[in-house]
Design a protein around this ligand. Structure first.
Ligand SMILES: [Zn+2]
Length: 611
């Protein structure tokens, strides 16, 4: 009796607080396996539908995480087996229970990035949708998680989940669990404050403490600089935002935003790739406002059972791309020429890439389930019918920022971002395309301006006038962004003893495309000369001028034939300063550029002398 009472007293508070409990351990980490137990208490439905997610917030393709679940079994809390059926590849139905169901399974995972799960002898890097099953009817229930690290491993848990005194981690509901990646291993952890807000970098790498400290200074500058755009930080749970960073040769390069943390992975080391890590941090941290709180209605509530489609990713991702790069420049982490190179890349794409004619920014956004970490067995024609919403959105942000600054002195895109955050402070007030247009009108004080921007450049496919807009800041848009030699339009080609084989669709409007050549065709001679290596082809092209006609002998699906190819210049554009182009920079242009690109930090930036 006493014994029973003790059990009840110990167990009851846990059950009373969290209807869903997870336990994870790693007895076979060397072979990339974790053992997971999930307990669902207070089950009212006769059949408990247990699922593995098919999609993950922030990564828009379907991933079928159930493929890495094995040895699935269900029991009651006393250990009596329960009946399990499998109505779909990602669902298990558990019946015969008396109100509590314990589910156990083995999870395999060997890809550390923002989407999947990785378990090995050095760490467990877990994206919850790829890791934890969940059950219909329990989406709103509080969750507790305990982690049993391998004995003697020295591993600790880093996550945005709330720690509870007894070693468990908690989330108020399933969405918040799914949004909280876990890095479990041996880390370097460094904290800092900007005003009242607390931040920490949790770093798993093989580099030096100096490299870690340098990345912390960069992140400190980024957090302070991006606060300046919005005027304040969001209210992070427990007052803390965490950068989870893995720079290891066996992880996959990625960055993924979360509400109060980000997962950043890179396969190189910080000695050579610190600026990549800072770039990822600048992008992902901006998401703690834009997309994790300023949230499109199309992504709420997030559906873990299907692909989620959003026509607003040009704003959610593209504007974040723009501000990530801008924050690096404003904070002094990147020089002007690397900022202009990034902007030139986006502008070049929207002015010259064939995909620009296929759809507007909204429909490009809606393609995300097919392009964001999507895998397809059949060939796709993305190069000719798509421009990334990251790219077209970045170009739009640049153009709209310059247009606001030129037309409404003293105002900027920052005012639109702040207005959006005022009107849509968190996910319970998500926005639509109409809301975006309305808030742009409010931020600029001009409904006509907002209407024209949306009609021509967002609902329409018309590019903005980048040449005129960049000129306000004394920046020149020039031809010649690509390599200074004849351009063929091959996306991917391979050389062998038999010639050059086209391995991907050719670019619409390019010399190869206009010559009728496409994927699978092999060019065996150029004006009678074979080119079995890239160097040989370069030598042949070097003897020609742009506009020259070359006779090609080609093996095609329809047999061998001869076609004419007319050499063209690469379509890319670049952005240079008026000074470097020998044009006069007026005081007005210099002041415009300074107002645009100088620091907006409210709190002082750290000294970056060693960056
Ligand atoms: Zn992003």
């Amino acid at each position: 009796m006493r014994c029973w009472l003790a059990i009840v007293l110990l167990a009851w508070p846990l059950l009373a607080q969290e209807a869903v409990r997870y336990e994870i351990r790693f007895p076979n980490a060397a072979h990339h396996e974790a053992e997971i137990r999930a307990t669902f208490a207070g089950v009212r439905q006769p059949v408990l539908e247990v699922l593995m997610s098919r999609s993950s917030p922030g990564r828009y393709a379907l991933h079928e995480f159930a493929k890495n679940v094995s040895s699935f079994r269900a029991s009651d809390p006393q250990g009596h087996a329960l009946d399990v059926s499998r109505p779909s590849p990602y669902q298990w139905n558990v019946s015969g229970h008396k109100g509590a169901v314990v589910v156990e399974y083995t999870l395999f995972g060997d890809r550390a990035d923002g989407t999947y799960a990785a378990i090995d002898s050095t760490h467990a890097h877990l994206n919850p949708p790829a890791t934890f099953v969940w059950a219909h009817g329990f989406e709103g229930s509080p969750v507790a998680l305990t982690v049993a690290v391998p004995q003697g491993s020295g591993w600790t848990v880093a996550t945005q989940l709330t720690p509870r005194g007894d070693g468990a981690w908690t989330a108020p509901n399933m969405d918040r669990l799914m949004d909280a990646p876990l890095e479990i291993g041996r880390h370097t952890e460094i904290s800092w404050k900007v005003g009242e807000a607390s931040f920490r970098l949790v770093l798993h790498h093989r580099g030096t403490d100096e490299e870690a400290a340098a990345l912390v200074r960069a992140c400190e500058a980024i957090t302070a600089e991006e606060e300046g755009v919005f005027g304040a930080f969001p209210n992070y749970d427990d007052g803390l935002y965490t950068f989870l960073v893995d720079y290891l040769p066996y992880v996959s390069g990625d960055g993924m935003e979360h509400r109060d943390s980000t997962s950043i992975t890179g396969a190189r080391d910080l000695r050579t790739s610190a600026s990549d890590a800072a770039g990822a941090a600048a992008h992902e941290f901006f998401h703690s406002w834009n997309v994790k709180r300023i949230r499109p209605r199309s992504l709420e509530p997030f559906d873990y059972e299907r692909a989620n489609m959003s026509g607003e990713l040009w704003f959610a991702e593209g504007f974040t791309n723009y501000y990530g790069t801008l924050a690096l420049k404003r904070a002094g982490l990147e020089p002007l020429d690397s900022f202009t190179r990034s902007m030139a890349g986006a502008v070049s794409e929207v002015l010259t890439a064939p995909g620009r004619l296929a759809a507007n920014a909204i429909d490009m956004s809606r393609q995300a389930p097919f392009v964001d970490a999507a895998v397809s067995l059949d060939p796709v024609n993305t190069v000719n019918n798509f421009i990334s919403y990251y790219t077209c959105g970045q170009a739009l942000a640049l153009g709209i920022d310059l247009a606001i600054r030129a037309r409404f002195p003293g105002r900027s895109l920052d005012d639109w971002m702040r207005q959006m955050w005022r009107e849509h402070p968190d996910i319970d007030k998500p926005y639509t395309l109409d809301d975006l247009e309305r808030s742009l009108a409010t931020a600029t004080g001009s409904r006509e301006f907002a209407a024209e921007i949306f009609r021509r450049h967002i609902y329409g496919k018309e590019p903005m006038d980048y040449e005129a807009l960049l000129a306000h800041a004394g920046l020149l848009l020039q031809k010649g962004g690509g390599r200074n030699r004849a351009w063929l339009g091959a996306q991917w080609a391979g050389f062998s003893n038999r010639g050059m084989t086209l391995n991907a669709p050719t670019l619409r409007g390019s010399p190869l495309y206009d010559a009728g050549l496409d994927r699978g065709d092999r060019i065996v001679a150029w004006d009678g000369h074979p080119a079995k290596t890239q160097a040989k082809l370069d030598a042949i092209l070097a003897r020609h001028r742009l506009g020259d006609k070359i006779r090609l002998r080609v093996e095609t699906r329809a047999g061998e034939k001869e076609v004419d190819l007319i050499l063209a210049a690469p379509p890319g554009l670049r952005v240079v300063t008026y000074e470097s182009a020998g044009r006069p920079l007026t005081p007005g242009m210099a002041a415009f550029r300074e107002a645009w690109l100088s620091s907006k930090a409210i709190h002082p930036l750290p000294k970056l002398s060693r960056w």
